[in-house]
Design a protein around this ligand. Structure first.
Ligand SMILES: C[S@@+](CC[C@H](N)C(=O)[O-])C[C@H]1O[C@@H](n2cnc3c(N)ncnc32)[C@H](O)[C@@H]1O
Length: 508
């Protein structure tokens, strides 16, 4: 095994929303950092990009962005380049390099440097190498996103990692077999009454979830040479040496004490003076397992008015207006009640198409609401993951109706390759500037309409189903495929708003 990280088994491929530059920018903005104008392009670097699915999707969704991915696993870089080539992308480059050599690479300065699922799985020296890279290569005002395991959640389940790791040395077989043997042994011991599981029901629940997971994930989560849950304070110190400030966290809800902290502790938390103490206490109270934190190379200015922080931003969603929810009960014991005409009007307006905040503020349907009220309602809808900061407004609905629906080259290639393998496929949306997950049946419907037009779509999809045994029945929607195709074909506005074709100014 390579001393820095395992290379023997290629990792799984998923899209991670925490890497979305528009979301990272939004998290900075709601926390008092100056939002950046990303419309004219930006430089983005992902360290430890794995098979590169997320980075390719972001590149496809942001044609004016320039993307670099770094990973030292040759199999990962090969897979990443294959997705790039199949999808016809020219704005992303994958570098097969060790983080130890970051300082020798000829790279531009970046607006974003991100790393997902890397920081807890590498050595302290490597974390320092990354911090000095961020310190040197992040532009003023640039943003970094770093995710990592945290000890508050891992303390009582970490012995399972030590147990699995002990299988590496004293058993024959490859890492996948060893991971399987280790999990089987853990299950046997749990079912035979091991005290560790008896007094620790969370460990038992976690073990059940690990038994369902892809073994490649288990290998990369638990069998790496380095594995260290990190306190927020430690990462804050490392990132502080890179000259960046903690801005906030993803998911967005974590930035609001009202919903991320149990109600009985609101008063206690309100009196905590420092952001460090606040986060450390929050992780203890919530037994946090994993954090995705956003850092910014700028000074926080809490005085910027909310309205000004979000001005110029665009908000959209893949939800239809009828699918919005206005009441939530949260795991912290808090609840959110967003019932009322303003929220319904916003769902009706943005559920149909992504829109800039400035246009929204002058919408005739919303004239009776104050700008502050509208912005606060938008924030709540983002915090409940129903609206997202978007890259571009939806295309004009009349144009969408005139134009036959055609998936972008990237999305077409990804669907053709991934539909037989996945229940849900992440696609690149140029309106979202990010990925959007599409259930297998919906994906097949969109692909069929794109390939054969609304009239020929059903026959095309039928043929696909015959050629791909296993079918599409477990792919999301309960509706029959024919109905999904009819629904999509009769709602070109919705299909266009998803932004899965090519941006109107860049396609013919
Ligand atoms: C757990 S995986 C996460 C991959 C990807 N970010 C994701 O979430 O799917 C960690 C990744 O970091 C890469 N990595 C670890 N140490 C590295 C190093 N020293 N130099 C370059 N890449 C490294 C691994 O090859 C692997 O792809």
């Amino acid at each position: 095994m390579h001393p820095d990280y395992l290379l023997d088994v290629a990792y799984t491929s998923h899209f991670y929303e925490t890497l979305n530059p528009w979301l990272i920018n939004y998290v900075c903005a709601i926390n008092g950092y100056p939002a950046r104008d990303l419309a004219e392009g930006f430089d983005y670097c992902e360290l430890g990009c794995g098979n590169g699915l997320s980075l390719n999707i972001l590149a496809a969704a942001n044609s004016k962005g320039r993307f670099r991915g770094v990973d030292f696993n040759p199999a990962h870089v090969k897979n990443a380049r294959l997705t790039m080539t199949e999808g016809g992308l020219s704005n992303v480059t994958f570098l097969e390099e060790n983080f130890a050599h970051l300082s020798h690479l000829d790279l531009p300065d970046f607006d974003f440097i991100t790393l997902h699922g890397v920081f807890s799985w590498i050595s302290p020296e490597m974390r320092n190498a990354i911090a000095s890279f961020i310190g040197r290569k992040l532009k003023p005002g640039g943003m970094a996103m770093v995710s990592y395991n945290t000890p508050q959640g891992w303390a009582i389940i970490a012995p399972m990692r030590d147990f699995l790791r002990s299988f590496i040395d004293d058993r024959p077989g490859d890492l996948l077999e060893k991971a399987k043997q280790g999990l089987d042994d853990l299950r046997f011991l749990r079912d035979s009454g091991a005290a560790f599981f008896k007094i620790n029901p969370l460990a038992s629940t976690m073990l059940d979830s690990y038994l369902q997971l892809d073994l490649r994930y288990i290998v990369h989560e638990f069998l790496t040479p380095h594995w260290e849950p990190l306190n927020f304070s430690e990462v804050l110190g490392t990132m502080g040496r890179a000259g960046v400030e903690f801005a906030g966290s993803i998911p967005v809800a974590l930035n609001y004490g009202q919903i991320s902290i149990p109600p009985e502790l609101h008063d206690y938390f309100q009196k905590i003076p420092s952001r460090l103490a606040f986060q450390m206490r929050k992780d203890l109270v919530n037994m946090t397992l994993f954090r995705s934190d956003v850092y910014c190379k700028a000074k926080r200015d809490p005085k910027i008015a909310y309205l000004d922080r979000l001005r110029g931003m665009i908000f959209g969603t893949a939800l239809r207006a009828k699918d919005f929810k206005f009441k939530f009960d949260l795991p912290t014991g808090s609840s959110i009640n967003m019932e009322g005409p303003l929220f319904e009007r916003l769902a009706a307006r943005i559920g149909a198409s992504a829109i800039t905040l400035d246009v929204l503020l002058t919408d005739p349907e919303l004239v009776q609401d104050t700008p502050e009220g509208i912005v606060s309602a938008v924030e709540w809808l983002v915090a409940t993951d129903q609206l997202k900061p978007y890259a571009r407004p939806s295309p004009n609905a009349d144009d969408a109706r005139e134009k036959p629906f055609r998936l972008s080259e990237f999305n077409r290639a990804l669907l053709l390759r991934e539909l037989p393998r996945r229940k849900s496929v992440p696609l690149a949306s140029w309106t979202a500037g990010s990925g959007i997950a599409v259930g297998r049946k919906d994906g097949l419907a969109l692909l069929a309409i794109s390939e054969a037009g609304p009239q020929g779509a059903e026959a095309w999809a039928g043929l696909w189903t015959v050629r791909n045994p296993g079918g599409v029945d477990d792919g999301g929607s309960a509706l029959p495929l024919s109905e999904i195709i009819q629904k999509a074909a009769s709602d070109p506005d919705y299909c266009a708003a998803l932004g899965l074709d090519g941006p109107p100014d860049e396609t013919t």
